[in-house]
Design a protein around this ligand. Sequence first.
Ligand SMILES: *Cc1c(COP(=O)(O)O)cnc(C)c1O
Length: 433
Amino acid sequence: MSALDRVIDDLKEEYSQRNPRSQAMMAMAENWMPGGNTRSVLHFDPFPLVIERGEGAYLHDVDGHVLLDCVGEFSAGLYGHSDPQILGAVSTAMASGIVLGAPNLYEARLAELVCERFPSVDLVRFCNSGTEANVLAAVTARHVTGRSAIVVFDGAYHGGVMTFGGGGNPMNVPFDWIVLPYNDAEQVRKTFAEEGRRIAAAFVEPVLGAAGNIAGQREFLQALRDETEKSGSVLIFDEVKTSRLGSGGVQKQLGITPDLTTLGKYLGGGFPLGAFGGSERIMSRFNPRIAGNLSHAGTFNNNVCSMAAGSMGLSEVFSEEIADAFLEKTETFRQQLDRDLKALSPRFHVSGMGSLISIHLRETAPERAADTTPASLAFRRVLNLTGLLSGVAFTGRGDIFLSLPMTDQDLATIRAAILKTAGEYGALCLEQA
Ligand SMILES: *Cc1c(COP(=O)(O)O)cnc(C)c1O
């Protein structure tokens, strides 16, 4: 057994002893759900904590521990657990009935806010998840172009059935995928030169999220814009996560306007929601007043909780001013953490943007999914366990999500937890091949 395996085993042992109720409840859950799980990403060894409640930026588990929440519901938890304005908006909405089966008081307001904020979005439609938004964007692009192939990037995550990490996924919807390396503008130009006429769409996350929060370079994203335009393909920005990066997402920051944008995660104020929107040319095909229109169904597309919470979120809690200030504050935190870790070893890189953060251990800053090293994976595994043992919940796979209710003191706590783990275990992790 390697020294690293021994360290991880000891941490797991300490974790199990500290969390007997979670362990028992997860064992019980296995009677009815495979592995006790209904959401793959939440599983990690030896077992995830069962959370009893959340408040602000904190979680309370069933064994009585309080944890600072950097899982942030994988970015859907932007508002934390108990923002009073969000809770107020949902209570008000619910008091007037929850299954109205008709246009309600909230959906046009949320649509207005989305169209105002995201430069590419002239018209928008809502659905129930980011996955659904991306599947709908894909079939829309295939329909409007009459083509079948779809360009995506290695390591991309566009939902449970559009997953391109780790060499493919048997659960993916069976489209004609062309998988290219991220941040490789040359490869994009070459592929479109050769195959552009059969490419319906290109999907891109402006920050490659699940593969370790790797920011897209301007030249790469611009090449995608130029090539899709030339070939008549639909450029789709998956801003399900990155739409929180400033007042209009990465598209506004860079001034690169895709044809379609998909949204989700925090957009519903913590309630289930997805959205896809874009140019009038494409989106107006869904207008039910037009003969031959495209139909897009969904029982809960305009459910009052998501609509009310989402519009309160964008109009008040995460207004454009607050979104820009939050990006600046969290980006300062990320860059400072990068400098602090580099003081320990220049092989630490704090990647991402603003409140979407990952830690990489390698010689140079990562540019694509294949740049994730065994050392990075080892460090994230250790940080997950040391964090949970010391009162900071990081995701099992190592992403760090910052949320609006976090105070400066909370950020200092996160920084200290990471630096302590890096100091104690960084050298051991860096030894991994
Ligand atoms: C989470 C996520 C999705 C899928 O959203 P769900 O609401 O979980 O279905 C799609 N794309 C990106 C970039 C995401 O982060």
